[in-house]
Each structure stands twice: as C-alpha cells, then as structure tokens.
Design a protein around this ligand. Structure first.
Ligand SMILES: [Zn+2]
Length: 444
C-alpha cells in the first residue's frame, strides 16, 4: 500500500511539474497539489543521504546559490531548490522530482533553503543533518513578528540529532547552540569594524539569555560583532570557520588565515555568504583549495544586482527587501562606498507581493541618514508610498534640494531619463518588475 502511494505521489508530482513548467508556473504548485492528496508523503520517501539546510532572515538564497555552485564544481551529486521556493510545498516538489518512482532519492546531497517561520513544517519528516542559521533580523514584521518570535519558530524545527552551523557573531543566532551539537562561523576584528553600533536601532543591546545589557568589543555592522554579557557570561563562541581578514576596497577576504577568496561583488554580507559556502563545502568533504577556486570571482546569478540604461541614465538596480531594514542598509552601503558622484532612486510602490499591508514603520529602521553623503547628488523618492518616504527623509539632515519626490514610478522615470549621474535604484522584488518593464520599453 505504502509503495503504491509513493509511486502515485511521485508520478503525480512529476506530471504536474511538467505541465506547470510549460505554463510558466513556479515550483511550489506541484508540491502543494501533491500534499493535498498525500499530506504525509515526505515521511514515506527515502531522502538523500546528506541534507544540508539553510535558514535565517537574510542571505538564504545567495548562500544556497554559492554552496550549490561550490558543490557542483566539486562534482557532488546534488539537488537544491534553485527557484527559491522555500516552504514545504517547494521542498516537496524538489524532493519528489529528484526521486525514482519507488521514492528513492537520486541525488546524494539535498541542499534546502528553508523559510525561517515554516522550517518546523518542512523539517517534520525531512530531518537535516546540518542546519545553517545565517542571522535573525527585523524582517516582514506584519507576517513574521519580531526576531524573538522567529527564533521560537526555528527552535521548534531543531531536532536532537542535527548539527547546527551558526553565525557566532549574531547573539540571538548563537544561543541556538546552547546545550546542542553546534559548529560556528564568524569574523575576527576587521579593519572597517566600529566601536559603537551606529545603526538606527540596536537589537544586540540586551543579553538574549538573561536580559542584562551586553558589551561589545567591536561591531561588524548592526548588532553583528563580538559581544559578551557581564552578568551571565554569555559571549561570542569560538569559531571553526573564521574570516581573519577582509578588504572591501580590494575585494578579497581570507578564511582561517590562509584561504583567500577574490570577490566579484564586495560587501560584508557577501563575505558572510562566502564564509558559509566555504564551511558547507568543508562539511561536504570538498578540499579547501577547490572551494576557494570555485568561490573566487564567482558572479551571483540570482539577479539581485542588475545594470540598466534608460534614456541618459545609467546605473545599477540593487534589489532589496521592503520591511527588512538590514537589506536596505546593505544597499545604502553600496551607494556610500562608491566614491563617484551618483543619484539614488528609492521606490516603495507595493509593500509585499504576497499579502496586503500598508505598514511603513520599517522605513524608520533604515539608515537613510547615511545617504547624506557628498557623493550622493540627488535622491528620487517614488511609488505610491512617496509621502511616507518624504516624511522619513524630512527628519534626516539631507538637504531638501537634493530630494525629488515623485508621486508614481512613472513620473520618477520621466525625470530619471535625463539623469546624467550614475544612478542606483533601491527597491524590492515586489516593485522591481514595474521599474524594469519601463526600462525595457525604453519610455514611460
Ligand atoms: Zn546574560
């Protein structure tokens, strides 16, 4: 009976996947339909021998892409959710489509990107051998709640026999390792570190164990750094994989004092993504020199950084996430690290493509003050939330004559086509389509 059920489920999933692809539908639909008829099917299949999962607020898709690249280069037999469908439906599609009709995995390694809130459902039957947790930030508050809430959801997904691979520099993430089997990655003090947290808010102010004020030796960014609690002794754990040196201008980083990786796109976030990929490769048995070779100069394919030309304007689209201030801060850092004169266009037109919300409180968590930089000559604010953006910018010290407030994406693009400075566009997945469609047409 079980065999027939597995046979039917795999066949059904593969058939729906085939037609869904023809119709240009994503990879979660086949799994969703299969789960309707066979709700516990993941319990009955034989998954790959090794399951590596990645969760956390930011960097999941990029990290999974990098790990997959290194493992594929080393010739590993691998399946992963490259379309980023990271809830149980997408994972079901991925695993069933990689199975024989008897439900046995064809690949030896499964690499699973998992949504942090829904990890407990995905991992009910499919237990990862290694679970990487990248970071926990304020992200989609209306859907996820606070990082502590997300913490509790992930905590429910952790089984006893998993090896956790944790970001030692994120205090909330490192507490997952308490009384569990855990390995850590992180960065030593780097030349661009700060003594004070200069972000708009500080989620590392209090000890996640005893709530006493924490002290930091240094901050890499936001609340990520080297912390310790004077009251209960909680502190940054020892790391197995460590960024011992990083130079963002010359675009390289060194791991464990000896493995130097050249970066094609330089940011502290990309340093962490590369470090995680290096650690995963180490766990999968890839030689360090092969991992370095695969990671060096690798250009990300996930389309988060896109060059464009529109009229006189030339620039780069930095895809960020609405409702996620760290993601915006990351893009703002790219703008301020660029020493050339530039313009910036910020679009908030639709907050989410998945649900309706009009909450813009997250704009107040973003470090827009940093755009008050000599090289930033003009800032266009656009989209249906232009008023919210304008109010947020009115409390920065950015001179008013640098701000161009536009009540729609179209009116901003009308002005942008005569922009002569290099232009950075900062917006979300939910709004990038509108911008790119106009770029493609070549006119508003
Ligand atoms: Zn404490």
């Amino acid at each position: 009976m079980k065999k027939i059920k597995v046979f039917l489920a795999v066949l059904f999933c593969k058939t729906v996947r085939f037609f869904a692809k023809l119709l240009g539908r994503g990879s979660s639909l086949p799994g969703a339909l299969t789960l309707k008829f066979f709700p516990n099917i993941l319990k009955d299949i034989t998954p790959p021998e090794t399951i590596i999962a990645v969760t956390g607020s930011n960097g999941k898709t990029s990290t999974v892409e990098l790990i997959a690249h290194v493992l594929k280069e080393s010739g590993a037999s691998l399946v992963y959710n490259k379309e980023g469908s990271n809830q149980i439906e997408g994972v079901t599609t991925m695993l069933l489509c990689d199975s024989t009709l008897s439900g046995k995995a064809k690949s030896k390694i499964a690499l699973i990107e998992s949504d942090e809130r829904f990890a407990k459902y995905t991992f009910k039957y499919i237990k990862p051998n290694y679970l990487f947790i990248t970071n926990l930030y304020r992200d989609q508050l209306t859907r996820n709640g606070h990082p502590e809430w997300v913490y509790a959801s992930i905590n429910d997904a952790i089984s006893d026999d998993v090896t956790l691979v944790l970001n030692a520099d994120d205090p909330l993430v490192s507490t997952f390792g308490k009384n569990r089997n855990a390995l850590y990655f992180g960065a030593d003090k780097l030349s661009f570190d700060k003594d004070k947290n200069d972000s708009v808010y500080d989620d590392g102010k209090y000890c996640p164990i005893c709530n006493a004020p924490m002290s930091y030796d240094y901050y890499h960014y936001n609340h990520i750094g080297s912390y310790s609690c004077p009251k209960c002794g909680f502190k940054k754990p020892q790391t197995k994989w460590t960024i011992t040196d990083a130079n963002l201008q010359d675009k390289h980083l060194t791991i464990n004092g000896e493995h130097t990786i050249e970066l094609s796109f330089s940011s502290i976030y990309q340093c962490y993504n590369s470090l995680v990929a290096f650690a995963a490769a180490d766990i999968a048995g890839v030689k360090a020199e092969d991992a370095v070779k695969a990671l060096s100069g690798y250009k990300m394919q996930s389309g988060r950084i896109l060059d464009f030309t529109f009229g006189k304007a030339q620039g780069t689209l930095l895809v960020s996430k609405h409702e996620n201030s760290v993601s915006y801060d990351q893009s703002i850092n790219v703008v301020t690290n660029c020493k050339e004169d530039c313009a910036v266009l910020i679009i908030v037109d639709k907050i989410s493509r998945k649900y309706h919300t009009e909450d813009t409180s997250w704009l107040w968590d973003i470090d827009f003050e940093k755009l008050n930089s000599e090289n930033v000559k003009k800032i266009y604010l656009a989209g249906s939330y232009y008023n919210d953006l304008a109010v947020r910018f009115s409390v920065t010290d950015i001179p008013e004559d640098k701000l161009v407030v536009c009540n729609s994406v179209e009116s901003a693009m009308e002005k942008l086509k005569d922009e002569e400075s290099f232009t950075y566009v900062i917006t979300c997945f939910s709004d990038k389509g509108k911008f790119l469609d106009i770029v493609k047409k070549g006119e508003v």
